[in-house]
Design a protein around this ligand. Sequence first.
Ligand code: ZN
Length: 462
Amino acid sequence: LLALITLVAAPPYSAETAARIIGGALADGSAYARLAELTDGIGPRLSGSPGAQAAIAWALSKFKEDGVAARTEPVKVPHWLRGEERAAIVSTPGVAAHALAVTALGGSPGTPPSGIEAEVVEVRSVAEVAQLGDRVRGKIVFFDHDMSTPKGYGEFGPLRMKGPAEAARAGAAAALVRSLATASLRSPHTGATIFPEGAPQIPAAALATEDAELIHRLLARGVPVRVSLTLGCRTLPDVDSANVVAEIRGRERPQEVVVIGAHLDSWDLATGAIDDGAGVSVVLETARLLAREKPRRTVRAVLFINEENGLRGGKAYAAAHGSEMHVAGLESDSGAGRPLSIALRAGSGAQELVAPWLPPLLQLGVDRFATDEPGGADLSPLARLGVATAAVKQDVSHYFDLHHSAADTLDKVVPADLARMAAAFAWVTYALAEMPGTLSRPPPLPATEAPFAEPEHHPAAK
Ligand SMILES: [Zn+2]
């Protein structure tokens, strides 16, 4: 389709500009170098941690290095600490003792210091907890599933987000959730779980896939399984933190804003190279490349805090800036894979408006519009106000092998793929900021309160 359009119309952009932006991203190695500084130099960045604060100062200095005006905007964030975590299958007749690879879910309370011990009951949906009624009282509820593809994150995400709260309501002693992952070398994958304000809370942990399989096998044979669990996690009072907001003022229509974003915070188990260090480096790279071009509209780069366990940064940005004229939003929070396609959520005529700007992306392997929606948790509060969104969809086939686990480290990032992603993201941002017209506004999203870090925000398969 894109190739066809190049044949019938003269391009609306300058080929030299396209070569400068895309060539700069591909040749300079800046995105990967900065991702290395962030991951190896600063490390894990959970909200409220010293790493998160250091990342904010680092991001400000990078924007300034590139001549992009940047500031912080205050955000209060939750402060959850992990502590020790230990679990084991207790030896009973016919069952050996097994240490279990577990990691607490963000937001979980701890167990008493001596831990808890209880029998395990397996369920495969949140609804099944209520159906079991009294049979889960005092038990450890084990949420099992068969996620095997990236799409499964949307399907099974509610087990982690809502399952533990439902088990707590039913009087369970604790919850174990099979890791939401597409691969495992016995590494559990954490992530947020939500206990509604004032509702009962129980300790909740993710279980490595192999250990989930073991418990499932034993239970399927009719063997009762008892598990001991010790979690030292706890929540401290909220902490003052910040979004980092940088701006390249538009040369003709400065009041019209194209907002681009990624999140600075990460889980604490690793250095957050793919989630979302990669996105941070893509946004920094876009600002670096576009600062020299001075597009028609304002490009505002936001590095959000607290996407992972509260979405406070995304909500704070929408509260502070929601009334401004955002003509488009673009988020990078799907890892470091190579770019594949362009997604749009806008009113009618959007693809026709954008398509003539896309031929420079063919060299990067981006050759079509995606059939699914852009997604993106941090911009979801803004999207709910009716702002059009776009995305560069990436290869996410290995994203959930690593996501939220101790394996989310820099060695998984292929520098050339990250550079291609940065090039595509920078070019689409430039197009949205430079094109004569603007995307028409999409029909509003449902006005329901957005849960934070909604599982759907992460990429379904291309
Ligand atoms: Zn993320």
